[in-house]
Ligand binder design. Sequence first.
Ligand code: HEC
Length: 276
Amino acid sequence: MTKKVAFLLIALMLVFVACNPSTGEAPQPASEGVTAEPGLDANQPTGMGMGPGSGMMARHHAKIPDEYAGLENPMLASEDSLGRGAELYSTYCASCHGDGGMGDGPAGQVLDPLPAPVAHTSRMLGDDYLFWRISEGGTHEPFASAMPRWQDVLDDDARWDVINYVRALGSGQIMPGQRVGGAAFDAEAEAAKHDAMAAAGVQQGILTQEEADTFLAVHAEMDTLMAAGMEEQDGGMENMQTVMLARLVGDGRITQENADVFSNVHERLLAAGLME
Ligand code: HEC
């Protein structure tokens, strides 16, 4: 995984964490590329809002119903699965979520809330959350969205195939189909945004340059950890960031102080509205 992808994951993760200061949430490696590796399994819920005040927090904290909680994707993210997922996604999802899964499909732009950038969020969301959301859609609280319910249209296997596909899209390792519209995942642009976010924090006097540097350096370490493939965490994203930071400290890659600065910085960036 590239550094940029990790930046992006982490930034999302930070958004999640920030909406629940007592827990850390984090991403997990998603799956493969065209070359089918076993799906690493991602984890965790959330929607990504378009900023503070959006429905992201409510979505994120929605309790996964018992019948879904803990479900794991039984479908290996093989080339076959991704191929089927690609077809399904183009047919049923891209109009709203966009070819690249960035939430920017042509039919989605008039919706409130907007379609989630599933290529991103799926990498941090648990199998159970994704399967639940795709199965049941968003007509109920706390979602109250136009996200359709798919369980009567797509059987279980098809829903897992499409989950494999959106995660692969978010890895930047497969090319989106170009049938409907919407931008492709752009890891570099995302990374640039996060650098800019830290820079803005410094400029606005929210962070010292040193804090910004530490923040970005810890991001980079997390990236390495993610690239190496984090195994599944109990509690999914709820404690992923905490786990990652603790692991990096334990491995001597960062100091406890770095970890504390990191957590503190992102809370401040968030509070300042700089965390997109
Ligand atoms: C009519 C537009 C529309 C279509 C078609 C659609 N979605 Fe969505 N989807 C949304 C909206 C709007 C949201 C955000 C609100 C919500 O979470 O309910 C969403 C949310 C989601 C989420 C939750 C992501 C998160 O970050 O919380 C997933 C997963 C998802 N969609 C997958 C799919 C898949 C897979 C398909 C195709 C089988 C699909 N959607 C088709 C509109 C759509």
